[in-house]
Design a protein around this ligand. Structure first.
Ligand SMILES: *Cc1c(COP(=O)(O)O)cnc(C)c1O
Length: 405
């Protein structure tokens, strides 16, 4: 008998041990040159990450949340404006919207991809919005507040269906700010643009997070904004640095939201590995797909033909999810819920006035989805063990008569 070891949900140790010497070296370099804030190390990472995303500009910031907030501010979204997003996302999406003074309006997600539903977006715009002068700005029919922006979230590492979202944004004169915090390197086949487009290159601007667990993670907090708009990039450079364009000359109200030099140096070490890590995640996803495809109780993630996902998370939909998760935990297999409560039902956002039942797809998802162990270093036999444990769980339910085959 071989003893079965547990399988963690995430392995943040192996990639850092593998790169330990390089990481220690850049730390030493930063100490020896007292390079702590800004400087050529940050600029070099910004240039290389912009290239990775196939955009002209990248501005390093303190976190993904900073990135979302600064992108909205720089794009002119502010007090009393409405920003359309989804309830099935991490809270930071909505924090950023509210913290610039705007109001999040949710549209439901697509049941196949768990990302922003194009029909839900279209219906919201067609039935709840007006364009008073036929062109120019869009307002909400009831509150008359300006509807300014759409914030699609490329959740789990898969991009939203950006062509129709972009067309609707054009039709209603809305800005698109991508929440690309889970989608470093993810791609979308755009018929409009005639080719594969990278996450972060399709909106007016996009925010990335380099939180340690993301596909590209710092050893601490870090984030970035990408854009093809030079003026917007310039504006964000000021906003992240107390609104100054040179020391003590403050042109706009800003924040302390810069990217640490040390984090930029660490990210620079990791960036050349990102493509390969994403490829390994895609391969791991394909292995899970093969192992779980025939299960009747589990639905594997759907990757449309227009998508090349980078599987920040591998999320299944499962019958008896809570029992299954408990069983996996007993077998020392780590899992996660992304996310257990849709944002419109969270206590913190009760003031937005939504009720249970408002977004049935997002609500059903919250009850069914389960994130399985997923990282570039996960091994075949570990995935096999996860799949066996899942399969066995349902077999036992059938055998004990708890469910009928
Ligand atoms: C991680 C994440 C963020 C926030 O990023 P931080 O760097 O933690 O501030 C925002 N949106 C989504 C979808 C995320 O996953």
């Amino acid at each position: 008998m071989t003893s079965r070891k547990g399988i963690p949900f995430l392995d943040l140790i192996t990639p850092h041990v593998e790169l330990e010497e390089e990481l220690l070296q850049v730390f030493k370099d930063c100490i020896r040159s007292a390079a702590f804030i800004g400087g050529p190390i940050v600029e070099r990472f910004e240039r290389d990450f912009a290239r990775f995303c196939n955009v002209e500009h990248c501005v390093g910031v303190g976190s993904g949340t900073d990135g979302l907030r600064f992108a909205l501010m720089a794009a002119g979204v502010g007090h009393g404006d409405i920003v359309i997003t989804v309830p099935n996302t991490f809270a930071a999406t909505v924090e950023a919207i509210i913290q610039v003074g705007a109001i999040p309006h949710f549209v439901d997600v697509d049941p196949a991809t768990s990302n922003m539903g194009v029909e839900a977006l279209r219906e919201y715009l067609n039935t709840q919005c007006d364009r008073p002068d036929g062109r120019g700005s869009t307002v909400h029919r009831v509150t008359r507040q300006p509807v300014k922006a759409i914030m699609p979230v490329h959740l789990y590492g898969q991009m939203c269906d950006m062509d129709p979202i972009t067309l609707l944004a054009e039709e209603y004169n809305l800005i698109v700010i991508e929440d690309a915090c889970q989608a470093h390197g993810s791609e979308y086949f755009s018929s409009g643009k005639g080719g594969w487009q990278r996450a972060g290159s399709m909106g007016k601007a996009a925010a990335f997070s380099f939180y340690p667990g993301k596909n590209l993670g710092a050893c601490g907090e870090a984030g970035a904004v990408t854009t093809n708009d030079a003026l917007l990039a310039q504006q964000i450079r000021m906003i992240r640095d107390h609104g100054q364009n040179k020391k003590y000359y403050h042109l706009v109200e800003g924040y302390n939201g810069r990217l640490d030099t040390l984090q930029a140096a660490i990210l620079q070490v990791k960036l050349p590995h990102l493509e390969g890590w994403n490829e390994k995640r895609r391969r791991a996803a394909e292995i899970y797909n093969q192992l779980l495809r025939t299960s009747e109780e589990i639905r594997i993630p759907h990757e449309p033909s227009w998508s090349r996902a980078v599987y920040h998370l591998y999320v299944i939909r499962a019958e008896r999810r809570d029992e299954l998760q408990k069983h996996l935990a007993e077998e020392n297999i780590g899992t996660g819920l992304h996310y257990p409560i849709p944002l419109h039902l969270q206590k913190a956002y009760a003031h937005l006035g939504y009720r249970a039942g408002a977004f049935p797809v997002a609500e059903k998802l919250a009850d069914e989805m389960l994130s399985l162990p997923m990282y570039p270093q996960i091994r075949n036999e570990q995935q096999q063990q996860v799949a066996d444990t899942l399969t066995r769980f349902y077999e036992v339910l059938v055998e004990t008569g708890k469910v009928h085959p």
